[in-house]
Write a protein that binds this ligand. Sequence first.
Ligand code: ADP
Ligand code: MG
Length: 193
Amino acid sequence: MSPLVLGLMSRSLRNRSRGANSESLCHNRCDMSAEKVYLSLGSNIGDREANLRSAIAALSAAELRVTRVSSIYETQPVDFLEQAWFLNCVVQGETELQPLELLGALRGIESRMGSKKEFPKGPRLIDLDILLYGNETLDTPDLQVPHPRMAQRRFVLAPLSEIAPQLHHPAWGGNVVQMLAATLDQSEVRIFE
Ligand code: ADP
Ligand code: MG
């Protein structure tokens, strides 16, 4: 069988696993079914709140329908401690973008906003991470989903538990409230007034 036919078959199976009747609804555009995704946003340079709000606006223009936004939290840095506190929030959205396309869209927003990462875990004007992409698990050099460090990050789990407390993590084996109760991360996370 040709690679093209195999590719079309696997795409069709993938869309079938995403929801009942997707084929009858999407006709010739079966690759267009929407996936529910959760993203983490963070900023610790400049006007941190404005940066988060600009990024959320940019997401909507980048083929991600934003359906929920958590409160904004002020959070103590983790990993690299000698830097300013962050503002973080979590966004729920729906997108037709495939995971790597979504990652590309996030990188595009980061660079258009002028975010330069001097070094990993260091200060940044805006950082956009994919936490969950439906129930998918992906382990590629460029993208791991669910985000491999989300269980160790109170700054992710606190806002996520606000908008999706019962959300099941496909690999961890529990929901977000249980993950927050189990995390060993003791860093400070508080609602930003
Ligand atoms: P940080 O780990 O500090 O967030 P970056 O935002 O610069 O650092 O991301 C580093 C790399 O992480 C990127 O090159 C990206 O390809 C990779 N990456 C892997 N999985 C994810 C994910 N789920 N969301 C975002 N980036 C990811
Ligand atoms: Mg990142």
